[in-house]
Design a protein around this ligand. Structure first.
Ligand SMILES: Nc1ncnc2c1ncn2[C@@H]1O[C@H](COP(=O)(O)OP(=O)(O)OP(=O)(O)O)[C@@H](O)[C@H]1O
Length: 863
């Protein structure tokens, strides 16, 4: 074994005079004790190399024909400094042309691909980590051995399935098929190849996530020709007439971005928010996008993950145009937005069950869902908290559950928007450690973060500055050198890249003098100076780092077949509307029941209002007594007006917060596959059940005192007609409430809008004020007016005298005169009139739901 590089300061990379130097002559920081014992017996020419990366220390160690022990004790061949490494941790011993690593009984073990291992024969490119779950620190050991096939090459090699010409059909699916594609996103029986007289034909067997041929979704049988590429989730199957070659791209997805730009126009002014960004992220890399506020981090991430495509430029996933093939790749995409994407009132396990049912193929067995949930709970270390409501968890734990929800579908591309925001430094570090493990276990992980304390855990860091400019892409340690940060603190980079580049600016003077002068020469007439971001961008593009980490990477072709697609971007795959409706309805019921306090308040409204009405309503308000006929119609109208308005109130208030309060969950699920129709109908179903209960309670209690006339019903008994009218009024109110909710940015705003919907119901119902002139068309827009008409018709108010109830002296007028018996057209006692009013209420509800759906669809575009 030998130290391959001259000793360098781990903080500023300046050369050290001696390997055992205690202080750096350049940055002056104290140095760790020499870490490696290098007995001459272990030095072997041409051997494999182990790149050792400990916090603050990087070195290469040559492995030879002798076993090497590693651990913290000083008598190991390779001494590691970190406290979480055991005294005697592992042994690396030669096997054939390569090596094997063996855990010799360490406490924290060896991690490979995110999983603990006891032993592994190493392939070129393997990364073994020793991690400390308590602090989130880890040591990385990267094995390089040119004599072995690379781990990437092994992963890229196809598996050939010979196609027997006598075989009439070949099935493709997750279990029990001729060709097995083992991924939760693949349906059990996903697709089938049929041999027909005309050739081989591919059929999708009603899969949840779709089958694609050359980028086109298979909706009808497709005749295959040689070279056609079939895509199912992360798998590609190339049809070669005599064989089907399966390329498993799980955990092997590379992202190349070329010249991404985005310009927005606000108040007529154009602004660049993403400025010609190119980069390349290899499979299983963990990449952080960092930079100041408003510098375009989220814009870049959304362009990379396809949720807000760049206007110019191209994103390629394993060489395929990502935007054009978005529908095919959507199944392998995980995205964790800043907000929680699960309902907080649900316990962790139950929330994950609903998420799994919505995301995984419909034919996923209960046992598979359970196993998947167990797996992700372990992956995010939340198994001990499975029964706790999400709202009872800490911020970091909640974020882990959101990550778990995304992991259910086992995505190979994983994007996270500020997963560490709001976490304390300890939790932040653990979160980064979790993400590192997820990347190691076969995911390309990209996150946006403000926190730079732990970005050494990433393979690469992207620094954004100014108006969407990428000023650095490369390994974190290189960033410190590039920006000449002697302190070793990444946060110092922020101050170097923000601001205007005046000639006397210290950063221009120290770092960017050449770039500044070149810029001045290029733009001699410029009135305003460039930004520091612009100069760093120029500097980075001219640096060897850009050549190495961007240009050279972009110049290499990805392994595996390419999808030659000229298709326009296709909408995402849709799962069965009925299945979604059933699941969403079940979940919504569950949410209602979990939020007991709110449910209790909603349910108490009806009896409390009914009891208050009992206190003021007369028992004969609707029937009338002969001697008091003169005041009856007014009294009856008051009671019916209250019943109608209260019903509308129930509907509006039940629904007004229901969409807006869960909009983060809705937005995320919409990006996966949620349909607006089933979503709204699930709300309508559950809320209808609620208004039904409320109406029964309200009417039931009121009728304990108030007597309903016996014979007045037009089509049905008056009780049934009254009940129907009130339910229809509540339902129309509920639809109006849902429209308000869909249009409101926050629950508070929705509640503030409720009076605007409710007060017209009072003004234009025709009771308090006479409706004439402009008020007439406005009254058509209110629910209570149609409800009053229907109630008045059913209970035949025209049979009662039409006199205002002003007889507060107790004196009874002598009798009804013809003038007092004047009828009101609104209460016509005929079937057409009543059914017309019911239809108006139904139409009202339908229009409000259509508006809610339209608003939700419009929101899709606002990314
Ligand atoms: N759809 C849009 N329309 C108009 N302006 C937008 C749009 N999206 C982003 N912007 C603007 O582009 C700039 C960059 O936004 P972005 O969200 O990418 O920044 P960021 O670096 O992620 O910021 P933060 O760290 O504050 O979240 C901001 O000034 C933002 O207001």
């Amino acid at each position: 074994m030998a130290i391959a590089k001259p000793p360098l300061c781990p903080f500023c990379q300046a050369p050290l005079a001696r390997a055992d130097a205690r202080f750096c002559p350049s940055c002056g920081r104290s140095l760790p004790a020499p870490a490696v014992n290098a007995p001459a017996t272990l030095i072997a020419a041409g051997g494999a190399v182990l790149h050792v990366s400990e916090p603050g220390v990087e070195r290469d160690v040559v492995l030879g024909a002798q076993p090497v022990t590693l651990g913290r004790a000083p008598d190991n061949d390779l001494v590691l400094q970190s406290r979480f490494v055991s005294g005697r941790h592992a042994r690396i011993e030669p096997v054939g042309q390569g090596h094997r690593i063996i855990d010799v009984g360490s406490r924290n073990g060896l991690l490979f691909a995110g999983q603990r291992i006891t032993e592994r024969v190493l392939a070129d490119g393997d990364v073994i980590r020793i991690g400390d779950p308590a602090t989130g620190n880890f040591v990385s050991l990267t094995y390089r051995n040119a004599a072995l096939a690379t781990a990437e090459a092994l992963r890229a090699a196809p598996t050939k399935f010979p196609l027997d010409p006598t075989d009439p059909a070949i099935t493709i699916g997750r279990v029990g098929c001729d060709i097995i594609l083992d991924n939760p996103q693949v349906s059990r029986f996903h697709a089938q190849l049929d041999r027909t007289p005309g050739g081989v034909v591919l059929r999708d067997m009603g899969s949840t996530n779709g089958t694609f041929v050359n980028g086109q979704r298979v909706t009808a049988p497709v005749a295959l020709k040689a070279g056609d590429v079939i895509q199912i989730g992360a798998f590609k199957l190339v049809y070669n007439v005599t064989s089907l070659d399966r390329y498993d791209q799980q955990g092997a997805l590379r992202i190349d971005a070329r010249n991404l730009s985005r310009v927005v126009t606000r108040n007529g002014v154009q602004r660049v928010i993403l400025n010609d960004v190119s980069l390349s992220i290899a499979p299983r890399e963990f990449v952080a996008i960092v930079g100041g506020s408003g510098t375009g981090k989220s814009t870049l991430m959304k362009a990379l993950c396809g949720y807000a495509p760049a206007e110019q430029g191209q994103v390629l996933v394993n060489g395929d145009d990502f935007y054009r093939n978005f529908a095919a790749y959507q199944a392998v995409l995980g995205y964790v937005p800043q907000d929680d994407i699960l309902h907080r009132v649900l316990p962790v396990q139950r929330a994950l069950e609903y998420a799994a049912r919505l995301r995984l193929p419909a034919d996923t067995a209960e046992s598979e869902v359970k196993a998947r949930i167990e797996r992700v709970l372990d992956d995010v270390e939340m198994a001990p908290h499975r029964d706790k409501p999400i709202e009872a968890l800490s911020g970091g734990q909640r974020k882990r559950v959101s990550i778990g929800a995304e992991l259910l579908a086992d995505p190979s591309l994983f994007f996270l928007d500020e997963p560490t925001s709001g976490l304390d430094p300890g939790l932040e570090k653990k979160m980064m450690y979790t993400l590192r493990r997820l990347a190691d276990s076969g995911r390309t992980v990209v996150l946006v973060t403000h926190a730079t304390a732990n970005i050494t855990q990433c393979d690469h860091v992207i620094f954004m500055a100014g108006s969407g400019r990428m000023v650095f892409f490369g390994p974190p340690a290189e960033a410190l050198r590039f920006f000449q940060i002697a302190s070793g603190d990444f946060a110092d980079i922020y101050t170097k890249i923000e601001g205007v580049a005046a000639a006397d600016h210290p950063v221009v003077q120290q770092d960017l003098r050449a770039e500044y002068e070149a810029w001045r020469a290029a733009y001699p007439a410029a009135q305003t100076p460039p930004s520091l971001a612009e100069l760093w961008e120029i500097r980075y593009r001219q640096s060897p780092l850009y050549q190495q980490y961007v240009a050279n990477r972009l110049a290499t072709t990805p392994s595996g077949p390419l999808v030659q697609s000229n298709a326009a971007a296709q909408p995402p795959q849709r799962v069965s509307a009925w299945r979604q409706f059933v699941l969403l309805t079940r979940r919504y019921f569950d949410l209602m029941l979990q939020d007991r306090r709110n449910l209790l308040i909603l349910l108490l409204q009806a009896p409390i209002i009914a009891v208050l009405l009992l206190l003021v309503a007369r028992s004969d308000a609707l029937t009338g007594v002969q001697a008091q006929d003169l005041i009856q119609r007014g009294e009856a109208k008051k009671l019916l007006f209250m019943l109608a308005t209260v019903s509308v109130w129930f509907g509006i208030i039940n629904a007004a917060r229901e969409i807006t309060k869960e909009q983060a969950v809705y937005r995320r699920e919409r990006l996966v596959n949620l349909r607006i129709g089933p979503y709204l109908l699930s709300k309508v179903t559950v809320l209808s059940a609620l208004v039904l209960v409320q109406t029964i309670v309200l009417l039931g209690i009121v009728l304990l005192k108030v007597v309903l006339p016996g014979e007045t019903g037009i089509l049905l008994p008056p009780l049934i007609e009254t009940f129907l009218t009130l339910v229809l009024s509540s339902s129309a109110g509920m639809a109006l409430g849902l429209a308000i909710s869909a249009a409101s940015a926050t629950p508070d705003r929705a509640i503030s809008l409720v009076p605007f919907a409710l007060i017209p119901q009072i003004l234009f119902a025709g009771l308090i004020f006479t409706i004439e002139g402009l008020a007439t068309p406005l009254s058509w827009l209110t629910i209570s007016r149609w409800a009053m008409d229907a109630l008045g018709a059913s209970l035949d108010l025209n049979r009662l005298c039409n006199l205002p109830n002003t007889d507060d002296q107790g004196s009874i007028p002598s009798g009804c005169t013809p003038a007092f018996l004047e009828t009101e057209a609104a209460f016509s006692h005929d079937p057409v009139h009543l059914v017309g009013r019911w239809l108006a209420l139904i139409g009202y509800a339908v229009i409000c739901l259509a508006i809610a759906a339209w608003v939700l669809r419009r929101r899709d575009r606002m990314v």
